[in-house]
Design a protein around this ligand. Structure first.
Ligand SMILES: [Zn+2]
Length: 323
């Protein structure tokens, strides 16, 4: 009986929670993960209702969709995703949802970096990822194969601007009446992103060249490295899907000792255990948490993309220079 009452309550919430005319006209947007949801909110403002599949502190690489996700995608007007094989769950989810909505890859047209990890593999071993073969694509070293490209493109602010422009195009195509609003919102947000880019560059410039090697748990900061001139080392590759081997960790520790890394960080989406081990073996104190592939929740220090980038830079600067 209790269950029935709860169900009825849930149904009435779904039906009546948005009774105004404006809500009925809102564009129904699904964002694959929290950072994209923040971009979408900045472009869409009050005209969009956003459902986020992988929420704050979530790990998109290994996310397992729930039935509610298929329902959300099925009801969407627009689905916004990163692409570059970041969302391994995406294809099956889209198929299961039966959605007619456009699925828009926001990295399209951005500056995309190759997956450096792939260079360690023999090219002859590469093969297409087939459905239902999740564990079949490991090579003899136990490594999984990932995309040809590094998916973490949002870690460069210039690429974030590309995501935003792609969102404007997608929203304008789905809701022509709101196009002027989307463009105006995106312009204002773009100015904030430009300012952010300048702030990051100024902060990094204060870090001496010989103190720019940073350790994190997976290779999520390749774009940050490329754009802003730090060096990031990690025991895990561009996906968190496969665990680092003992040999990977030993090689990293050796490299850390040679390169004299200046700081080591845990990530908000990852178990800290491996980083704690490396920290203790190299004698480098953990500098805190970096937000790599997800925002914090609203009460945390990185609940928007801009706050996340500022927070990460502050943490790195403070760890290296002392605060
Ligand atoms: Zn990642």
């Amino acid at each position: 009986m209790t269950k029935l009452i709860k169900l009825a309550a849930a149904v009435s919430v779904i039906t009546y929670a948005q009774p105004t005319m404006a809500a009925a006209q809102n564009l129904n947007v699904v964002a694959s993960f929290s950072i994209i949801a923040d971009f979408a909110k900045n472009v869409g403002g009050d005209r969009v209702e956003i459902t986020t599949l992988v929420g704050p502190d979530g790990d998109t690489h290994v996310y397992e969709p729930r039935p509610a996700d298929a329902a959300a995608v099925g009801a969407a007007d627009v689905v916004l995703v990163n692409g570059l094989q970041f969302e391994g769950f995406l294809q099956r989810l889209v198929e299961a949802s039966g959605t007619d909505a456009p699925v828009v890859e926001l990295t399209k047209g951005g500056e995309v970096l190759p997956n450096a990890e792939e260079h360690h593999h023999d090219e002859g071993e590469e093969h297409a990822h087939e459905e239902g073969e999740d564990h079949a694509h490991e090579d003899e070293h136990g490594h999984h194969h990932h995309g040809e490209f590094d998916p973490h493109a949002w870690q460069s602010v210039h690429n974030a601007e590309v995501y935003v422009q792609n969102i404007v195009d997608a929203f304008c195509a789905a809701d022509a009446d709101g196009c002027d609003t989307y463009k105006t919102n995106a312009e204002a947000y773009g100015e904030q992103l430009e300012a952010l880019d300048g702030e990051i560059k100024a902060a990094i410039a204060e870090i001496p060249e010989n103190k720019r090697t940073i350790i994190t748990s997976h290779d999520a900061f390749g774009y940050f490295e490329h754009e802003y001139g730090l060096t990031f080392l990690a025991p895990e590759g561009v996906s968190t899907e496969s665990e680092a081997s003992a040999a990977d960790v030993a090689a990293l520790i050796e490299q850390v000792q040679e390169d004299q890394a200046s700081a080591i960080f845990v990530e908000n989406i990852s178990n800290p255990r491996l980083i704690e081990q490396i920290a203790s073996e190299t004698g480098i104190e953990i500098g805190g948490t970096l937000y790599s592939d997800a925002l914090s929740d609203a009460s945390g220090p990185a609940s928007t993309y801009i706050d996340m980038m500022k927070y990460n830079v502050d943490m790195i600067k403070n760890a290296v220079l002392g605060s």
